[in-house]
Write a protein that binds this ligand. Sequence first.
Ligand code: ADP
Length: 192
Amino acid sequence: MEVTINETKVSIVRGDITDQATEAIVNAANPGLMGGGGVDGAIHRAGGPAILEECRKIVAQKGRLPTGKAVISGGGNLNAGYVIHTVGPVWHGGSRNEPELLKSAYYECLRLATGNKLGSISFPSISTGAYGYPLDEAAKIAVSAVVSFLEEQSTSLKEVVFVLFDDRTYESYRSALQEVMGSSEAGLPIPD
Ligand code: ADP
């Protein structure tokens, strides 16, 4: 499924983010940036040790990455030239600012991509694996964050892709995009 917002194509695909050829891929990292399970482990395995080495330097310089923030490294052996590492919130039941922090994670990645004049970026489903964020709620926040960023900000990005690993996650993002476009200005027909 795909839609266009201003001049940027937003699409939802099923797949493995480590195969993507967008200029950047996003890693659902943890604050220590030392790799881990899930998509984080997959990115470091596919990208090789250069990414971890760069992450180590970033943490030595700036400290641990706070939840909702993002940093950029090279892409090592990946097709993507860059990895944008962000930390989504751990789900604690919704009373610890989880929705704002999840939105912030997407925004910070999009800002960093724009600041680096990147043309394309792929996102995984941040926080919905080990971090336990309820999928349908996370999908709505993810999709609305991307749509509102593209409606509000000027950006170098021509393409934003959500790369979802399994059918259930793919379906959840697809219906979230349908819902968000139904209520968004970008989804309305152009008046005469
Ligand atoms: P978090 O700790 O932020 O919850 P996880 O990596 O545990 O991150 O899970 C986030 C999502 O990434 C889950 O939907 C998981 O199925 C998915 N995922 C795992 N491996 C990959 C991959 N190679 N490409 C894309 N998505 C992946």
